[in-house]
Design a protein around this ligand. Structure first.
Ligand code: SF4
Ligand code: SF4
Ligand code: SF4
Length: 312
């Protein structure tokens, strides 16, 4: 059963403290992280293939992404153009330029959510605020469940989710593969406008075949003759090809194991058995009780001295 943000906070405020007080492990608390634990993308998984050798850096995809997702432009740098230094709550998609120190090699790189096969953001969220779709594999955010703890920001190895610091009801901003458009049979905003087809949309399986075929047809053209995302960090549904080494483009070297498998095993267990939330709130209850007892003792002393009964 899914809990709303309000119910989740209410359960934390009441349920856990009660459970700790009676010395039992609470059931039904929201603190169960939902790691996909997937070793492979679902058969119908959707994704993108970005080939930096075809990208001309026109930024049409950035503008289209902002338009279709109704993300307000960041006007800090320029009041007339979309100018984004990095992924932020103002953009779910960014094109960056890499230049070698002697300016002889350059490449564009498109950064966005990679829609990981086993996403660390999902594993890191205690409240199921992020979810990987069982069919499409798309990773989406649910504002009704998110409490704004920003664990997803910390967990993501690609530094993708961004917290919106403005407004009364801030969101976590990240690419959700234009899932509303895709459900309606449309292309994502970015792929619908790319003039060189540097970024294309489709089933991950087909995109991977296409990417591998490009590598095979042009040996030596792509860095390490590899498709980034085939296995990196357990695999991603956004795949990348580039003639420049992937780490120079800011892509982390993760190995083939997923981040939840590698680093979050214990966290997953702690969340699963609710040890961490129970310990945390148990500590809070212990501190409050200690202070309360101290206060009661002080009041009793005061009453002895003055004969007046203090009110709590
Ligand atoms: S890239 Fe980051 S935000 Fe996107 S699915 Fe992977 S872990 Fe989550
Ligand atoms: S799929 Fe949609 S949200 Fe993601 S980068 Fe492309 S346009 Fe932006
Ligand atoms: S629209 Fe295509 S060519 Fe233009 S910056 Fe985006 S990916 Fe590159």
């Amino acid at each position: 059963m899914e809990l709303t943000r309000r119910e989740a906070l209410h359960k934390i405020a009441t349920g856990t403290a009660t459970a700790v007080a009676v010395g039992s492990v609470a059931v039904g608390l929201p603190g169960q992280a939902e790691a996909s634990g997937l070793k492979h993308a679902p058969p119908q998984a959707l994704g993108l293939l970005y080939d930096s050798t075809k990208c001309i850096g026109c930024q049409s995809c950035v503008v289209a992404c902002a338009e279709v997702n109704k993300v307000s432009p960041d006007t800090a740098m320029s009041p007339v153009h979309y100018v984004n230094q990095d992924l932020s709550s103002f953009t779910k998609n960014i094109i960056k330029l890499y230049k070698s120190p002697d300016n002889s090699i350059y490449s564009y790189v498109k950064q966005q959510c990679m829609h990981c096969v086993d996403p660390a953001c999902v594993a890191g969220c205690m409240f199921k605020g992020l979810k990987k779709d069982a069919v499409t594999g798309v990773v989406t955010w649910n504002g009704d469940l998110c409490v704004g703890c920003r664990y997803c920001e910390i967990a993501c190895p690609y530094h993708v989710p961004k917290f919106q610091w403005i407004g009364f009801n801030p969101k976590i901003v990240k690419c959700e593969l234009c899932n509303d458009r895709v459900s309606a049979g449309q292309q994502p905003g970015c792929t619908s406008v790319c003039p060189t087809h540097a970024v294309v949309f489709g089933k991950r399986e087909d995109l991977l075949k296409e990417a591998k075929s490009r590598v095979k047809t042009h040996p030596g053209k792509y860095a390490d003759d590899k498709v980034f995302g085939e296995a990196d960090g357990g695999g991603t549904q956004v795949l990348m090809l580039s003639h420049v080494n992937y780490d120079k483009l800011g892509m982390p070297r993760l190995g083939d194991e997923s981040v939840p498998e590698k680093y979050l095993k214990w966290q997953k267990r702690l969340y699963s058995y609710l040890v961490f939330p129970v310990f945390l709130y148990g500590s809070i209850v212990a501190v409050v009780r200690k202070n309360w007892k101290h206060h009661e003792h002080e009041m009793a002393e005061e009453e002895k001295k003055t004969g007046l009964r203090a009110q709590l």
